[in-house]
Design a protein around this ligand. Structure first.
Ligand code: ATP
Length: 226
């Protein structure tokens, strides 16, 4: 009689989130969103993914990827569970990074984990212009952060009706789809934007408090956005 092989305990399912952006530069609004999401969804890891070539912003306007990545890494260093990611680091041109591909890549690498995609309300409203957005909606759960000036009730309008799940009543905190859930993160309300940070620096104004301290130090040391 053969003795059965000892069963290896399955690794506990982790909750991980992807937070993509231009991060030009990363600012305290991004950090506030990530912290609120980390607390509410008990996230084990948040991957901050600066995009080297975002489809929606023209290449000329962007600061070098290496600077944007360095600032993201400095901001992450202050928070356990925040991880800078090279998933959308420069690749041979004309490669443009689409979120659907990035989500699929993480899904392949973390097949058993609960995957979330963090996004601001302004960007979620643009979703219908994103590549394969209907497939993207099916591919993971979403955490949509409120942003001053954008109404969260408008978010329901961008979900195709046939994607709505049976139990999708009018819950203020989530939209239940057939294959995923869109959670609304209403506990953050940061007015900060990268545009404001860049404009203040161009006008020689201070940015203290608008970006994490190490990011401020980096921007001033490298004389960025002058
Ligand atoms: P820019 O001003 O250059 O357009 P941004 O401040 O919107 O930049 P991004 O790097 O483009 O920053 O944003 C990355 C993600 O973070 C997007 O999903 C965006 O909606 C979200 N986000 C940025 N700032 C905030 C904020 N203050 N509150 C909530 N979400 C935010």
């Amino acid at each position: 009689m053969t003795t059965p092989a000892p069963q290896r305990a399955a690794a506990p399912r982790r909750s991980i989130a992807l937070f993509g952006g231009t991060f030009d530069p990363i600012h305290s609004g991004h950090i506030a969103v990530a912290q609120a999401a980390q607390r509410r969804f008990h996230l084990d890891a948040i991957h901050f993914i600066p995009s080297s070539r975002p489809p929606h912003k023209s290449q000329q306007e962007l600061t070098l990827f290496i600077h944007r990545y360095a600032m993201t890494a400095l901001a992450c260093a202050e928070h356990p569970g925040f991880l800078p990611s090279l998933a959308e680091a420069p690749a041979a041109p004309p490669h443009v990074f689409y979120s659907i591909e990035t989500v699929r890549k993480f899904r392949r690498e973390h097949p058993d984990d609960h995957l979330y995609f963090i996004i601001g309300a302004d960007q979620f409203l643009e979703f219908p212009t994103w590549k394969s957005y209907e497939q993207l909606l099916d591919s993971c759960d979403f955490i949509v952060a409120s942003r001053p000036g954008f109404r969260l009730d408008a978010l329901r309008l961008i979900v195709p009706p046939e994607k709505l799940g049976r139990s999708s009543g009018h819950d203020q905190h989530k939209i239940v789809l057939r294959k995923s859930v869109v959670h609304l993160l209403t506990t953050v309300a940061s007015h900060v934007s990268s545009t404001e940070v860049r404009e203040r620096l161009q006008r020689n104004q201070g940015i203290h408090g608008l970006v994490p301290p190490r990011v401020e130090e980096y921007i001033l040391g490298q004389a960025l956005y002058r």
